[in-house]
Design a protein around this ligand. Sequence first.
Ligand SMILES: [Zn+2]
Length: 381
Amino acid sequence: MHPTHILSLLTLAAGAFASWQSLGIPASSTGATLSVQAFNVGNLTIGTATQIVHPVVPGHEIATVPVFAFLLKHTAAGGRTTRQFMWDIGIRKDLQNAVPSVAAEFNADPAVLQEPTDITELLVEGGVNLTSIEAVIWSHAHLDHFGDMSKWPNSTNLIVGAETDLSTYPTNPNATLQPSDLAGHNLTKIDFTKSTLTIGSLPAIDFFGDGSFYLLDSPGHLAGQMTGLARVTVSPDSFVLLAADTAHHIGVTRPRPLLANNFPCPGDVLAASRSAISTDFFWSPNSSLGSFDLSSRASPLLGISDVPGSLYADPAQSQVTLDKLAAFDGDEDVLMVIAHDGSNVGALPVFPNKLDGWKKEGLKETLVWRFLEMGDFAFVF
Ligand SMILES: [Zn+2]
């Protein structure tokens, strides 16, 4: 073959190699997709900021975060929408009916939960019949994700990671689950030891067997935690990563070089961050006292909390998982959404809007650096 022909073949091959393939996501053999719609069920004070990040800048000691849950619609090959699922169902708004320790905390300060809504009410108001939802998938069994399953029909199944602790109060006095959270629902446990697939260095399960949704083993915050990778479009392929509680503040994974390269920080945000970000707490090679330089910062601004009382059961394992997920966050074909990202408040389209068109709509460009803007829900710098 003539050398120029070889060269053009190579160029073609390079052009055909999409960014998502570098993560090890298999090509779709069927064209099946999973539509994603977000809900914010309320803003929750989850504790002190020292329990989720370091450093904590004075004035930012309390951590209040949104609580996102997601409706998933599976569209099989041929374009028929056939199956609906929930990815988490948020927190119950009647926390006085949670286990006694949680109820006592709530009764002492009802303001821990602001603008609470009930996911079942939001769905029904939005025209989604609860019986049409085949299963609720819990990313992990914390009360701001497992909601109130007693409000769901028995026909709604429950899906959890195999290592999830499903013990209930009062049998286990420390449990936040109650028998009513499990009663009447068929339970499926996702066992990653049976996984033969790895995506982004994480053991993965092809949930529908058609490439539309992968569950990823994502330990660290809590045993059994899963993240979900939804193929929201095909040809070109794009994805939404439901990253659960792998982080509670997006600043623990941004900035990083890949992300900054694919989604450069807008000039106005960069300029404003010079004075907005305290150089008493944050630094980079080209920073000077009182003038922070984001562009020369190659590592995330915040670290995962590892103090006693940290919300991360295993901070070191959480960091490993987060470093793996950072490859998704930096990828031009993946929108990573953590369940409690304050910078998504007011910017992430919520139900009845869909996240599926995020790439075409330029949504990631809008979202990525919002956390650095003074006055943003997530600004803690
Ligand atoms: Zn959570």
